[in-house]
Design a protein around this ligand. Structure first.
Ligand code: PMT
Length: 219
């Protein structure tokens, strides 16, 4: 029934973690495997969309048919998304983007010396928040990875980043979040309505998200 309901639509998806370099051999990152974002890209392709996938470093294969752009840091991902979002109808921000990066990246490997080492960090650009300011008629979906206050935190991200829907993801639940093949999420829309989904494969979660995107689009 869903076979080609995305024909003619263009979707931009971010996926995976970012890596923020410390020195030539070290970085700050997180546990994102890319599975959730790649599932969204694959589901959209299967339904006939044109898909651009902007991905941080992961160990899985991008779905055939997506225009895949590999990036490393949050600033790289931000630049790639901002230069191309205009030609897309739907923006789905699944990437686990590092909120901070090192103020200075050491040119040489940092040597082990004193008992303590302090890294100074500075805020990264927030891709979803910046898109929220300029998205116009485009539909923007974000995720909210939380360990506490799931609904409150997700609702504030929905509002502050001007998303059309937020996918609230309690990453402490077994069978949910980083690395695994399943997820447990709640979809919250701007009108406050909420859909609580049971544990599902990331592919099925992706399709449910795409179902709701179309219902938002069709008013
Ligand atoms: O990759 P997997 O192993 O399959 O794991 C899936 C997942 C847990 C990574 C995914 O389901 C998920 O929850 N992704 C969002 C992770 C996250 O960083 O959430 P956040 O609450 O920190 O960010 C909120 C939203 O703003 C997200 O849509 C994020 O992509 C976006 N953001 C955040 C910071 C930033 N600098 N730029 C952004 O665009």
């Amino acid at each position: 029934k869903r076979s080609s309901d995305y024909e003619g639509l263009k979707i931009l998806v971010t996926a995976g973690p970012t890596r923020e370099p410390i020195d030539p051999v070290r970085y700050i990152s997180n546990h994102s495997s890319g599975k959730m974002g790649y599932a969204v890209a694959k589901a959209a392709l299967d339904r006939g969309a044109a898909v651009k996938l902007v991905t941080g470093p992961v160990n899985i294969t991008p779905p055939t048919g997506a225009e895949t752009i590999c990036v490393t840091s949050a600033v790289d991902m931000y630049n790639e998304v901002m230069k191309s979002y205009e030609s897309f109808d739907i923006l789905v921000m699944v990437a686990a983007v590092a909120d901070y990066r090192c103020v200075t990246v050491s040119e040489k490997k940092i040597k082990k010396s004193g008992e303590n080492l302090t890294l100074e960090l500075v805020k990264n650009p927030d891709i979803a928040a910046e898109l929220g300011k300029v998205k116009g008629h485009r539909i923007m979906i974000g995720f909210s990875a939380e360990t506490d206050n799931l609904l409150d935190n997700a609702a504030s991200k929905l509002a502050s980043k001007n998303m059309d829907m937020v996918v609230a993801n309690d990453v402490t639940l077994e069978g949910a979040g980083f690395g695994v093949d399943t997820n447990i999420v709640k979809l919250i829309k701007r009108d406050g309505s909420r859909i609580d989904l049971p544990v599902m494969s990331k592919e099925d979660v992706a399709h449910r998200i795409l179902d709701e995107v179309l219902s938002i689009r069709n008013g």
